[in-house]
Design a protein around this ligand. Structure first.
Ligand code: 5GP
Length: 127
């Protein structure tokens, strides 16, 4: 299965420094920054620097180093933002939307980390 990556997507432009972002954490292979339209008091996007369209693309084609770096960075964001229960936080939710049924808007793999309030049930039916 070939994944077509669109270099003009907004997160590619953020990674190229063409658009500013509010960085929470940057590592060798990963960038975490505040979502521009937060849906909870804590809403951070974690993205790989590599050109991956969605989770299954990343999980299939990324190197072990990239995957480890990304996973560790996401865990660090939970700690930095204070939502991680392991650090006494009240909890969070991670979401990764993919494709049409996932209602993915930006075609560069990203993990949403949401917290800071009770988030309700996991899924709502479409309007
Ligand atoms: P998706 O629906 O693809 O899972 O989520 C895309 C997310 O990217 C949305 O939550 C949206 O608010 C966020 N977003 C879109 N454009 C920008 C931007 O230019 N900067 C930042 N920080 N977030 C963005």
């Amino acid at each position: 299965m070939a994944y077509a990556y669109d270099d003009t997507n907004i997160f590619a432009r953020i990674l190229r420094g063409e658009i500013p972002n509010k960085t929470v954490l940057e590592t060798e292979h990963t960038l975490a920054f505040l979502d521009i339209g937060p849906q909870a008091p804590v809403h951070v996007l974690v993205i790989p620097k590599g050109k991956y369209v969605n989770f299954d693309h990343f999980a299939t084609d990324a190197s072990a180093d990239e995957i480890a770096d990304f996973t560790r960075a996401a865990g660090e964001v939970c700690r930095i933002t204070g939502v991680g229960p392991g650090e006494g936080g009240a909890g969070y939710r991670t979401i990764s939307n993919a494709g049409a049924h996932g209602v993915q808007e930006v075609p560069h793999y990203h993990l949403h980390i949401l917290g800071g309030r009770v988030l309700g049930r996991m899924l709502a039916k479409p309007d």
